[in-house]
Design a protein around this ligand. Structure first.
Ligand SMILES: [Zn+2]
Length: 66
């Protein structure tokens, strides 16, 4: 069983249009301090993006550890 690289994927997010729960995001993009999730509703075909922000990130970009 493969482990998810992203620890806490949101699940069963309600569709912004029809309110039906969507099992998992269709696509995830991670940036420092935030993660974007693209949700596609199977019931009505509506697509929308939700962005999660993380307070731990400062305004400056973090140095990349080699
Ligand atoms: Zn929907």
């Amino acid at each position: 069983m493969a482990k998810q690289a992203l620890g806490n994927l949101p699940r069963h997010n309600p569709c912004a249009q029809c309110g039906k729960p969507i099992v998992a995001p269709d696509w995830v993009e991670s940036s420092p301090g935030r993660t974007s999730y693209l949700w596609c509703c199977e019931a009505c075909g509506y697509r929308f993006e939700a962005v999660a922000y993380f307070a731990e990130s400062k305004s400056e970009p973090e140095p990349i550890a080699a």
